[in-house]
Design a protein around this ligand. Sequence first.
Ligand code: AMP
Length: 426
Amino acid sequence: MEQNPSFDALGLDPVLLKAVRAIGYTVPTPIQGAAIPAVLAGRDVIGTAQTGSGKTAAFLLPILQRLLRTGPGRTRVLVLSPTRELAAQIETALRDFAKGTRVRGVAVYGGVGMGHQEDALRRGVDVVVATPGRLLDHMERGNVDFRDLQVLVLDEADRMLDMGFLPDVRRIVNALPRVRQTLLFSATMPRPIVDLTRSLLKDPVRLAVSPPDRPPASIRHEVFPVAQHLKTALLVRLLGREDMLSVLVFVRTKRRADRLARQVSQAGFAAGRIHGDRSQAQREQALGDFRNGRDQILIATDVAARGIDVAGITHVVNYDVPMVPTDYIHRVGRTARADAQGEAITLMAQEEGHDFHSIEKLLGEPIPIATLPDFDYRAAPPPRSTGGDGPRGRGGGRGRSRAPPYRGRREGPRGRGGGRPYYTGR
Ligand code: AMP
C-alpha cells in the first residue's frame, strides 16, 4: 500500500484538514491513505489493521465528511468497540476531528451510570460509539433511534469475538437499517470474523496495512528466561534502566496485577494498574496518571489493556507469557505506535516455554535471549509462598531493592544506550 504524501490529496473537506493539522498529523498512515478515499466513495471496507496503524482517523475522517454533507438529523453513525477504553478514545478522537463542525457524538459503555448516556442519546447525537452490552441495554429501553443510521463501524472485531460479543453484535446489527455502509477493522481475521464480514458487508474493499499477525518492524524483542519466583526481582532491576521511561506491563490475572503493583511500588516505582475488577473511575485515573507521566509503569491484563492508546510507551513487558500467541502481537503493539521505536521484553519461566515457542512460530523468527549479568538467577524461592508464583510481600522492599527510586519521566530523546551495559543479548 502506497503511503500518501499528504492529507490534502485524499479529498477531505478543508474544515477536516484544518482539524487534522491542529492535531499534528502531517502524513497519512498507509491505512488512512487507502481507507479514506474508499470510505468517501461509499464503499464497505474490511481493514486488516493493527493497533497503532491510525485506523481511528481512517474511518472517522471520511465519516465526518459524510455527516458534513447531510446536515443534522438523528443518529447516523454507530461505532462498536470491544472495550470502554477504546470507545472513550474513539469519542475523544471524534471530538478532536469534529472541531469546527456541528457533529456531536457520545460514548456509551458499561461501568458507569446510564443516566448521562441516556440524556445524551435522547437529546440526539450524530455518532454513537458503544460497547455492545451497554448499547443493547439502551436499545431495549428505547433510548436510541437508529432509523436514520447510515454507517456502521465494527472496530477491533477480533477482540469482540475473543470477548464473546459476537451474539450481541449480531443482535444489534439485526436492528439496524439494511441499506448502510459497513466498515470492519480487525488486527487478525479468524474464521468467525471472515464469516461475519460475508454476512454483513457488501462487495467490500479489502485493505491490509501489513501482513496480519505481525507486530510493527520497529519493535525490538527480547526474552529473559527466569524462574517464576524471581520475575518481580528481575523486573524491578529492569525498571531501573535509564531508558525505561514509560512501561506497560502485562500480567495473566487480576490478582497478579494487584500483587505486582504492590511489589513494584514497594520497590520505589510509581505504578498504576488496570483490570476488569477496577471501576471505570479507577481505570481512567490509572490511565491518566500513566499518560501524563505521573506513573512510570502501568500494569494491565490483556482485556483491560485493549484499546489503550498512550503515546510514547517505550517498553512493553510481558511479565507473563501470553497463552494466545496473537495476544503477544496486541500487547507489543502498544509500544512503537505510529512507527516510533519500541522494545518488547518477555520474562519467561521454564513452564512457559511452550507458549513462548508458539509466539516465535507466529513471528517466524526466534526472539533473542537476554540476561542481566549480575542478577542472581539461582536465588532460592522465599520460604513459604502461598501463591507459589512469585516473591511475596517484600516488606521493607524499598531498602532491599537495588533499583534507583523513581526519577520521573524525562523529556527529549530517549537514552536508549543507557540500558545496554546492564545486560547482554545472546
Ligand atoms: P490508532 O491506530 O487509530 O489507535 O492510532 C494510533 C496512534 O497514532 C494514535 O495515537 C493516533 O493519534 C496516532 N496517529 C494516527 N494517525 C496519525 C498520523 N497520520 N500521523 C501521526 N500520528 C497519527
